[in-house]
Design a binder for this molecule. Structure first.
Ligand code: TPP
Length: 372
């Protein structure tokens, strides 16, 4: 076994580009499976153009914490492999079951226990269809999920369960994902203090991960809206040392509204990713134009903070829209980054094919990029 110094040196070493690439690909696969469970009842590998009959009639299941929970899960696997750790994972957002199910399926355990949910197109279809369906499995991690030992349902108890599991288990690390919605419940708010009960010799360790995606289903959360220093001080006061993990700012944002502009922008992003892989592009699909308005002016509107977190405060935004450019400007003229929003209205000549439209967007990105 490696000594403490070797382990510390290894821990400080950055993840290699190859590890990163593999984890990123795996994470994308998890997210695809999660989306598939929520939306698809046919065409599971999207091998043919999507038709209405491929989509579930009733969408049940939460997307909100799925990408975040899969990210935590994948990194835990990396650490378990690297250090041979004994780890338990508690999903505070148990309603983000698609994330746990996706990982379970990709790791192979799902097909091992349920051979009809095999790792091929036919098995994947059944895996998607059974999700949140009467007589099949629930939209939480219901008991038939391989490896699961307790189904929750009532928010508030994830951290206290984590401490309960760590007591008298000195070799165990319990990682617990806590939704920022759950964090607003009384039991959860007080359970941060449970660290006072842990004895470092007799008990295991608890690693709480607060998942700040900003919303409890669709309503804003308090902890995602207080200033960073206030949140840090709050958790510090509970006896924790918080580390903030967040994504990088993009170099440019490709936004769009409407189904044809969406396809054009997605095609442009795919081409840019292939040919200019170092350019970090964020894709924002606006499905409701009222979201561009201020929250004080429309019930669907976004706060400046949320708007800025999507459209940045200073990066070029190429907005693909097939109607009046002035409308987008009217809706956004008071936003911090308004002067960098470049609305591109593709005319009929340019939009003759998806290819020509995406090339037009790429030229627009290049010209905006050169002028910054
Ligand atoms: C005590 C309790 N109140 C309300 C609910 C209904 N409920 C289910 S999920 C959810 C939102 C949870 O928010 P968050 O933890 O941030 O998860 P996310 O919305 O990001 O998936 C609510 C209110 C519940 N399950 N338990």
């Amino acid at each position: 076994m490696a000594g403490t110094t070797e382990v510390a040196a290894e821990a400080a070493a950055p993840i290699t580009p190859d590890e990163l690439r593999k984890m990123d690909a795996y994470w994308h696969a998890c997210n695809y499976l999660a989306a598939g469970m929520i939306y698809l009842r046919g065409n599971p590998l999207l091998l043919e153009p999507l038709r209405p009959e491929h989509i579930k009639n009733r969408l049940l299941g939460h997307w909100g914490s799925d990408p975040g929970q899969s990210l935590i899960w994948i990194h835990l696997n990396r650490l378990i492999e690297k250090y041979d750790l004994n780890v338990m994972y508690i999903a505070g957002p148990g309603h983000g079951a698609p994330a746990m199910l996706a990982n379970c399926y990709l790791e192979g355990h799902y097909s091992e226990i349920y051979p009809d949910k095999s790792r091929d197109e036919a098995g994947l279809l059944k895996f998607f269809q059974q999700f949140s369906f009467p007589g099949a499995i629930g939209s939480h991690c219901t008991p038939e999920t391989p490896g699961s030992i307790h189904e929750g349902g009532e928010l508030g108890y994830s951290i206290s369960h984590a401490y309960g599991a760590a007591l008298d288990n000195p070799d165990l690390i319990v990682t617990v994902a806590v939704g920022d919605g759950e964090a607003e419940s009384g039991p959860l708010a007080t359970s941060w203090h449970s660290n006072k009960f842990l004895n470092p010799i007799r008990d295991g360790a608890v690693l709480p991960v607060l998942h700040l995606n900003g919303y409890k289903i669709a309503n804003p959360t308090v902890l995602a809206r207080i200033p960073r220093e206030e949140l840090e001080a709050l958790l510090f006061g509970y006896g924790h040392k918080p580390y903030f993990v967040e994504g990088e700012e993009p170099d440019a944002v490709m936004a769009c509204a409407g189904d044809i502009p969406t396809m054009e922008s997605l095609a442009a992003v795919a081409i840019l990713k292939e040919h200019v892989p170092d350019l970090k592009i964020r894709f924002v699909n606006v499905v409701d134009l009222f979201r561009l308005m201020l929250e004080t002016e429309h019930p669907h509107g976004l706060s400046d903070r949320d708007f800025d977190s999507l459209f940045t405060t200073d990066k070029p935004v190429i907005f693909n829209f097939h109607s009046y450019a002035s409308l987008i400007h009217q809706l956004t003229y008071r936003r911090t980054n308004h002067e960098n929003i470049h609305v591109r209205v593709i005319n009929r000549r340019e939009a003759s094919t998806l290819r020509s439209s995406s090339q037009f967007l790429i030229r627009s990105t290049a010209s905006v990029w050169q002028s910054t």
